[in-house]
Design a protein around this ligand. Structure first.
Ligand code: SOE
Length: 380
């Protein structure tokens, strides 16, 4: 992926968002690039350019993603077309250099998670976005399920009572077999934690988003179930397939989470359950149209019904109950709120680089704990 230093000064007019939507550039030609492209268009924007690891790959992806033009490097794209926002969908090790190039050119940025390979890089990116005065967001998109907003609103109102316990899991199976492989497996490209950085980060973000509480210390164990991967030439694997983590929160709750990319039959099974003095809430990302609300006398399954949800949740309910919404809708809402932030609005609950930095701090504490076998303060 080309990230040579930017040599051009950005004309002032390029800082103005296009009327009617964002002019977006996408860096990266994989699955996530397609999801971002769909979201940009759904939010009324246009994908004006795509950058790939080579001109040929970019050109192949251009037609597939419906982008206007293909480029081999980001500086080349920035020099050639007017762009408001750069979406960084590269392997993780390129997030920092690509983001820095985009910010130096005065662009707003959306960067995939994990934001960076370590806390120093995530801090530098967050500070660079802040001093550039640009919008910088991270797609922790499960925040945009309407029933997640409902859960958060009920916690805010005090309906749950004092929270004592939080637990759950994020389970997948796409790396089940030793022949399953991906760039995320390589720590040089994906970072020192794979399962936790990739999907455990989503769980922790959702917990902190819904409860408003913060994980303050962790004690983790990791295991690499498939010690060798690759077909036809297996190689040693240095990143974990599964993680178990216990934690405490600043608000005094206890919790635990199980993270796995080798759980047969589980695809994106993010389960979050939180118990307070009055009620328990339970959210399952694979069934995101409902929220379980437990009480000592009565329990209920709440339906994503725009007519009955609280206002902050109904805002994200696009269609009547019974017509399911899903993952791409979350991404579309995230892109729409990012565009609103670029216009100077402050959408509630928009995940920013500060949240990406926060996730990197937690992931780093998990890695340290798994090595040391001790409880580790998250800090920050
Ligand atoms: C792969 O594990 C992946 O695409 C993650 O990177 C996403 O963040 C998650 O939403 C789905 O699974």
């Amino acid at each position: 992926m080309g990230v040579a230093p930017v040599t051009t000064q950005t004309p002032d007019h390029q800082h103005q968002p296009a009327a009617g939507g964002q002019r977006a550039a996408i860096v990266g030609t994989g699955f996530m690039g397609r999801v971002h492209a769909n979201a940009v268009r759904a939010a009324g924007g246009r994908v004006v350019g795509i950058v790939g690891s080579s001109r040929e790959r970019a050109e192949l992806a251009r037609a597939h993603l419906g982008a206007d033009q293909a480029f081999a490097t980001l500086p080349e794209l920035i020099d050639s077309v007017d762009v408001d926002t750069v979406h960084v969908c590269t392997p993780n090790h390129l997030h920092e250099p690509v983001v820095q190039v985009a910010l130096a050119a005065g662009k707003h940025v959306v960067c995939e998670k994990p934001l960076a390979l370590d806390v120093a890089a995530a801090t530098a990116m967050t500070e660079a976005a802040s001093s550039a005065g640009r919008v910088a967001t991270v797609p922790f998109v499960y925040r945009f399920h309407p029933v997640v907003r409902e859960a958060r609103e009920r916690v805010r109102r005090g309906d749950l009572g004092q929270i004592s316990l939080a637990h759950g899991s994020y389970l997948q199976d796409w790396l089940l077999y030793p022949s399953d492989d991906n760039w995320r497996v390589d720590p040089g490209l994906g970072g020192p934690t794979r399962a936790f950085g990739d999907i455990g980060s989503h769980w922790c973000d959702l917990l902190e988003f819904v409860t408003g509480d913060r994980i303050d210390a962790v004690c983790a164990r990791t295991a690499t179930v498939n010690q060798r991967r690759g077909d036809p030439q297996p190689r040693a694997v240095a990143t974990e397939d599964v993680v178990t983590m216990q934690f405490t929160t600043a608000g005094g709750a206890l919790g635990s989470v199980v993270v796995s990319q080798v759980s047969p039959g589980r695809k994106n099974r993010l389960l979050l359950e939180v118990s307070g003095a009055q009620a328990t809430l339970s959210f399952d990302q694979e069934n995101p149209e409902t929220l379980w609300w437990g009480g000592r006398e009565n329990s209920a399954v709440l339906v994503r019904d725009p007519d009955t949800l609280s206002a902050p949740a109904a805002r994200y309910a696009l269609v009547p109950a019974g017509h399911p919404q899903g993952y791409q809708d979350c991404f579309n809402a995230f892109a729409a709120d990012t565009a609103a932030a670029v216009r100077g609005e402050s959408p509630d609950g928009l995940p920013t680089f500060a949240d990406g930095l926060r996730a990197t701090r937690i992931a780093t504490a998990v890695v340290t704990s798994a090595v040391d076998g001790s409880w580790v303060e998250v800090g920050g």
